[in-house]
Each structure stands twice: as structure tokens, then as C-alpha cells.
Design a protein around this ligand. Sequence first.
Ligand code: MLC
Ligand code: AMP
Length: 516
Amino acid sequence: MSDPAAQPGAGGDPEELTAGGSLPATWRDHAAREPDRPCLHDSVAGWISRGRLAEAGAEVAGRLYAAGLRRGDRVLLSAPAGVALVAAHTACLRMGLVVVPLNAALRRREVAHIVADASPRGAILDDPEMQSWVRQDAPEAVLCTSAVDLRPGNAPSLDDLDGDEPAMLGYTSGTTGTPKGAVLTHGNLLAGAESLRRAWGWSGSDRLVLALPLFHMHGLGVGLHGTLHCGASAILQPSFDADAVIDAVREHRATLFFGVPTMYNRLAGNPRAPELAALRLAVSGSAPLPAELHRRLEETTGLRTLERYGMTETVMLVSNPLDGDRRPGSVGFPLPGVELRLLGVGQSPGSAPEVPTDAPGEIWVRGPNVFAGYWRRPGTGPRTDGWFCTGDVGRRDADGYLYLEGRRGEVIITGGFNVYPREVEEQLADHPQITEVVVAGRPDEEWGEIVTAYVVPAPGRRAPTAGELRSHVAERLAPYKYPRAVVPVEAIPRNALGKVQRHLLGEVASTEAAAT
Ligand code: MLC
Ligand code: AMP
């Protein structure tokens, strides 16, 4: 097997990646050098310059400071992607507050968990309903719709962050179903952005169409932080619409687009897809990009989509090469600064050799991008020597390309969002028409996977419909977690120890369908 370290994209001294200190320090330098250069666009503000964004961030920081927020305080942030949200996000990072991005689709129960866990001292929330929940659960927190609602004040010291200071808490469920806050330091965010700058040749002349939500690693840590770190520019769109993306590529002469496979599926089906040929680079991630879709995109747009792999806890890890073969179905090679090992189940780095070429192994990673640990959960997260087990399983081919084969847990990825079956099962279990329910993903062309409920109906009752299940959980789960399909089964397949055999669910369902 060829040496993976010799492959395109590999290498890079981990220390070098964080030499800039922090993201705010690089933003400050960009703004000082060319303050008038266009930086961000949204449909309300139009184009704003680097200098204007720096001023807006300082102004928001002054307001947050006057309201009593101090370094290390957690601040919940949720609003549609736009310049106002970015000003708030950058203000928090610049003054040392810890950003806790919230998915706008979360319901009360989900928000309550994060509030109880993160103990926020501030919250900038666009949605009045979400605000009212946070007001009840964190009555002491500084709360506003937008920072301009707070009284102005003098900004504290800005942009003097230490690499080890916490910058973000990214809530993610791991394999347990209970969301945990991954603590990302300023050093982690900087290393993440710098490795992408190097790997993707991201420069000040690049312009990104950013239609991803700014509350997950893809939109924030890749799209936004990468843009600001590289001194590049981005068009922010509050939601994804294929025509609006294509319009922005044309109108603003964009060079980059980043999306999840569901977005690419919709783009490939748009009659105007050939207009995307104007891009320099189209990157896909967060969920597997089917090889067939990769090929279809090439046929319709001429672009060879670059697939990469990352996670909330680590920013980005692996990428297909910018120069060289981008292989459909593969996520490529470790990014600069990232060490990666494939190990047998239960083995750990340091003691065990890697699995042979083409054999599956658990993916372990180490690097300056890997998070510090889970918030208030000592002893979890990376080991003391820095290695972190991702929970993903992959294999490397003879050329060193990594292929993701699956995940250790049973997480479902639908449209790029992760759904944990246990959480959905717990909310469905008390439905009166259900004796037992198991939730699993089912392949779907548009969404990648759809959340599917395998239901043993209550005695004498019919199985509920997807619509009925949806009404049942409407107040308790974000809509992307709702079951989209229901499969009635006589019994849930279990092994001798009583553990659910999820891989047999499809078979049980089809046998029963054949029998009826
Ligand atoms: C929306 N819906 C979804 C859904 N998104 N259902 C399942 N899965 C999803 N991902 C629901 C809506 O509530 C709506 O319900 C219905 O589907 C149709 O909505 P839509 O208007 O067609 O969907 P849209 O709003 O266009 O959203 C689709 C999407 C969005 C693909 C644009 O899901 C999205 O932005 N995904 C990106 C997720 C992301 O950023 N992931 C990164 C995680 S970080 P109803 O009932 O109203 O019909 C990470 C690390 C890494 O993973 O490596 O990047
Ligand atoms: P999250 O916890 O939301 O950050 O999601 C991270 C997970 O998304 C990873 O652990 C992978 O399982 C998955 N993922 C990210 N990128 C890809 C990809 N290109 N292909 C397949 N799965 C991916």
C-alpha cells in the first residue's frame, strides 16, 4: 500500500496550523489590511466590507459587555443566516464568549436540555417562542432578539484570545442520544479553517454561495469561518433554494459552493444545473454523496464534486484532493495536520497496528482541530494523548483513499442532519396504538436516509400512520426527526440477549409485507 502521508492533501505541521493565534486575530489583520474589500452579502444588508463587519462586531461586543456578559460566558445563538447573525457570532468570539449555536427547528424539550446543560448567561434568539422557553429556564440570562435591542456600550478588549480558550459548544449526540456539548477551542477553530485554506487553495478572490444553516459545523466551521479566515467573501442565504443558489453564482460570479448531498440532488435535478459550471469548486459533506449522484453532477455541470468528511467534534478531517483524482464514494485523505488511524474494534492507538488495506476499521483521529472534550463530562472525549475515536468505520484502498463504511452507533443522517433513533423511540413509545417501536434509517434518493418507525401495533389496534406519529411528537421533536414512514411488524427482531437487530428490520418488514 502506498504511504497515505505521501498523498495529496496530507502533511502539514500541526503547530503551524495554529500559528495565527485565533480566528479573530486573522480577521483583525484582514480588516486592517483591506478594510473596503467586500466580505459578506445578504439580501437585507447587500454587500458589507471587512471593515464594516469588524465595526459591527465591535459594536455588538460593546452591547453584550454593557449587558454584563464576560469572557467564558455561554451565549445561545439562533437566527437565519445573515449579516446580523454573523456580527453577533464574531462579536462573541472576539470578546471570549462561548457561542452555543442552536438549530432553529428545535422544540421546547430539546432546547431545555441544552439550557440546563450549558447554563447560558446570554441568548440572542430570533424566534419569540424559543425566547420564551429560554426565559423560563434561564431567567437570569441576558436575552434579546438581536444585539441592537441591547443598550450600546464600550467594547472590552477584543481579539486577544488564547488558543486553549473555549470558543464554541457544539451540541451533538454521539452514540448515546443525549446531546453533549463538544468544547471547541479557539485553536481548534483556527486549525480547522487553516487546514481547509491549504487543502482547497482557498484565497481572497474566492466567493462562496453559503446556503447552509449557520448553526452546525458545516455552515459555521467550514463555510463562514473558512471565508473570514481566508479573507474571501460569501453570499449568505437564509435557506436553500436551488434557483437562488444558481442565481447567486451567476450574479455574484461565485467560485465556491458547499452543500449536503440532498442539496446536490436538488441541484442536479434543476434544468439550470449547467450554470454551476462557472464554479471553481463544489464541495459535499455531512452525509455520504452517492457515487451515482457524483457522476450525474459531473454530467450536468462538468464539475467533479469534492467530497470531504468531518464532524462537530473535529471540524474537518479528510478531503478528496484539489489537484488529483476525486474519487466518487471516497472522502479522500487526511487534511493537513490531521493524523488518522484505522483500528480493529476495541483497539486503541499506540498499542495496535492498523487494519490491512481494504479492511474496515474504526476511525481514530488526532490533531489541533480535535476538540478539548465534552462540556461538564470529565473523562469523555479525546484521550489524554489526543486521540479521539470518531465512531465512524472506514477502509483505505491501496492508494490511501478513505471510504466511510458506516457508523458504530445507529445514527440516521437525513438531509445532512443527524437523528438518534433512541431519542425518537422514547418520544413515540407512549403512543396508544403502539406496543413497541424501533426507529431506523431507510435509504432514500432525496434525503439519503429517512427516519422510519417499525411498529408493533397495540393489541386490537391498527398501526398509526406517519401523520399520526408526527402529531404525537410535534411538540417534542424538531421536524427533521419526525418519522416519515411507518412499517407495521408483528415482532421486533432481537438476538438471544434481547438486543434489537436493526439490520434485520428490513427483512422482517418485507417478509410480513409478502405474507399479507
Ligand atoms: C427539512 N426537513 C427535513 C430536513 N430538512 N426532514 C428530514 N431531514 C431534513 N434534513 C423537513 C421540513 O421540516 C419540511 O417538513 C420538509 O422536510 C420539507 O422541507 P423542505 O423545504 O423541502 O426542506 P428544506 O427546508 O429545503 O431543507 C432541506 C435541506 C436542510 C437539505 C436544505 O435539511 C438542510 O439545510 N440541511 C443541512 C444540514 C446541515 O447543515 N448539516 C451539517 C451538520 S454538521 P414539512 O412537515 O413542513 O413538510 C456535520 C459535520 C460535517 O454533519 O461533516 O459537515
Ligand atoms: P455531526 O455529529 O452532525 O457533526 O455529524 C458528523 C458525522 O457525519 C460524522 O461522524 C459522519 O458519520 C458523518 N459525515 C460527515 N461527512 C460525511 C461524508 N462525507 N460521508 C459520510 N458521512 C459523513
